[in-house]
Design a protein around this ligand. Structure first.
Ligand SMILES: Nc1nc2c(ncn2[C@@H]2O[C@H](COP(=O)(O)OP(=O)(O)OP(=O)(O)O)[C@@H](O)[C@H]2O)c(=O)[nH]1
Ligand SMILES: [Mg+2]
Length: 529
């Protein structure tokens, strides 16, 4: 092994560059002979389209299309005329970028290293030499393999011509969905939670989702889990040492007490993250916001206004909305599933009663309820009934739990006469609103933003959120195993509990069942990512 490494670092500075698939190094060992290419930017006509390759034949592809004898300097763009490798037909003027992968010839990006290491020195010197080499190579490519990017003009004929040209280069094939990221994971460039963060970033539709995904991609959750896994490994090592060497055998005093303290601290940290778990999931899949109230209060008008599209029919006839109508919206930067519901009243026909039943059921699942009344009709029986049966219990609940789930809105403020009191002190705290004039909408959006930040968590601050049910499941599994550790007095069982706890965490840091999880995540990716 040392001999092989020595040969790698002693290549003469003048040795020719190895460009073709057959003589390229390193990455073939992972996926033999496989170099992938794909359009990485979106489909359709655009100014610039990005096409990229990953794999050992990337250099050959670059040489074939650009007629460059050597790849350009690593990670800097150069302008080249692309030609079809078979017909020589010009395809486009393109920016070409070259990202050498791990194990790629350092000379390929303009740096030559000549180091002689003999077998006696090798063990001591090689780690230093390799560190130097990686420092010289700088950041690697996204996948860890040789990669090329072509920034071409985004016309459909240019894009299909370049893709076809790449397909004609030996050793290249079109990428499958998510294959670039899968390779990055396989080369250890991304952890599992970072891959999830990347998938979330691609799918992020609101500002809050983007912030959260970026933090996960930056590895915050991964680092947190790795820190916890380290604590568990240390605790396990100490318990096993105690089992092997016993009390009398020179073991530091208080080893088990320290393990106990560490495990308790870990339990506290895990419990606090689990308490927040639903918030991260809401941030990823959207908070449930339900608009409810008596018939004709203006619920559908508000849903249409907030979603800025005609989701629901609006009419002066009470009982217009009969079923739940859902629409995903971006409210103050947070993802929301907004539901319009049937007006709550007794004694209507069978169809409307079914709508009322569904509305009540939806209220149970709501993260935030926008309770709406007609400000000019507060004395009506349906308004009073809504106040008694929905608003009052929710207000009482919020006093008990300290969490506000209801925003009470008095709509149609434009119908109130100028000298009528602006609000009623007999009512719980509320906002005055007019869907017709837009008065009060800014205050409503501000209040919603505050409530949504409480319900989804603020992705700009605080610890990283658990955005998937999978995260919650394994952290709970880890916590349960730590509970078993605390309960047992048998050291062998205690060690086993720590091992189980560590196994649960390994599902988040990588390891155990990773392939199945990756399959699920990569379903979310598109080709070229
Ligand atoms: N003056 C005034 N009228 C409004 C306002 N908001 C809604 N309306 C009117 O009130 C009527 C009922 O509005 P909708 O939005 O259909 O009310 P809803 O609560 O969805 O009614 P149901 O579906 O029947 O329960 C319509 O004629 C709207 O134009 C407002 O702010 N001011
Ligand atoms: Mg309606």
């Amino acid at each position: 092994m040392w001999r092989g490494l020595s040969a790698l670092v002693t290549r003469p500075a003048s040795a020719p560059l190895r460009l073709c698939a057959r003589c390229s190094t390193g990455a073939e060992s992972l996926v033999p002979g496989s170099t992938i290419f794909a359009l990485s930017s979106g489909q359709g006509r655009c100014a610039i389209a990005v096409i990229r390759t990953s794999g050992p034949a990337s250099g050959l592809a670059l040489r074939s299309l650009t007629a460059l004898r050597e790849p350009p300097p690593a990670r800097s763009a150069c302008l080249r005329l692309l030609r079809h490798p078979c017909s020589g037909e010009p395809l486009d003027r393109s920016l070409v970028l070259w990202f050498p992968g791990e194990g790629s010839d350092p000379g390929a990006h303009g740096v030559c290293v000549r180091v002689s290491v003999n077998l006696h020195q090798s063990a001591r010197v090689l780690p230093i030499v390799l560190t130097m080499l990686f420092a010289i190579q700088g950041p690697q490519s996204f996948t860890g393999e040789d990669c090329m990017e072509l920034h071409v003009h985004g016309g459909p004929a240019v894009v299909s011509g370049v893709l076809q040209a790449l397909g004609s280069v030996p050793g290249l094939r079109p990428a499958k969905a998510g294959e670039f990221t899968r390779r990055a994971f396989a080369h250890g460039k991304l952890s599992l939670t970072e891959v999830e963060g990347l998938a979330d970033l691609i799918h992020a539709e609101t500002e809050a989702q983007r912030r959260q995904a970026l933090r996960q991609l930056d590895g915050e959750l991964s680092q947190l889990c790795q820190g916890w896994a380290k604590t568990l490994t240390k605790a396990l090592a100490h318990v096993e040492a105690y089992i092997d060497f016993g009390e009398d055998d020179n073991l530091e005093e208080g080893v088990l007490e320290q393990v106990d303290r560490d495990v308790r601290a870990l339990e506290v940290a895990l419990s606090s993250h689990l308490r927040d778990a639903r918030r991260g999931q809401r941030l990823r899949s959207g908070a449930n916001v339900v608009v409810a109230g008596p018939p004709n209060a203006g619920k559908s008008s508000l849903v249409n206004l907030l979603s800025q599209k005609p989701v629901s029919i609006v009419s002066p006839e009470p009982g217009t909305t009969r079923d739940i109508l859902e629409t995903p919206v971006d409210l103050a930067g947070f993802p929301v599933l907004l539901s319009d519901t049937a007006g709550l009243r007794e004694g209507a026909g069978a169809v409307e009663q079914e709508g009322v039943r569904r509305a009540r059921q939806r209220l149970e699942q709501a993260d935030i309820i926008l309770g709406m009344l007609d400000a000019s009709d507060l004395a009506s029986s349906s308004s009073c009934s809504f106040l008694d049966t929905v608003v009052a219990p929710l207000v009482a609940q919020s006093h008990d739990s300290g969490r506000q789930r209801l925003l009470l809105l008095l709509n149609k403020s434009d119908l109130l006469s100028a000298n009528a009191p602006a609000s009623s002190t007999a009512l719980p705290p509320h906002l005055l609103l007019s869907c017709h004039t837009g008065a009060g909408m800014d205050a409503l959006l501000q209040a919603l933003k505050t409530e949504l930040a409480a319900v989804c968590g603020d992705p700009s601050t605080g610890p990283p959120l658990l955005t998937r049910a999978r995260h919650q499941y394994h952290l709970q599994g880890c916590l349960d195993a730590l509970g078993r550790f605390q309960l047992t007095t048998d050291l062998a069982l205690a060690a086993e509990a720590l091992r189980q706890a560590r196994r649960q965490l390994s599902h988040l840091t990588g390891g155990g069942g990773t392939e199945e999880i990756l399959d699920l995540i990569f379903q979310d990716f598109c080709v070229g990512k």
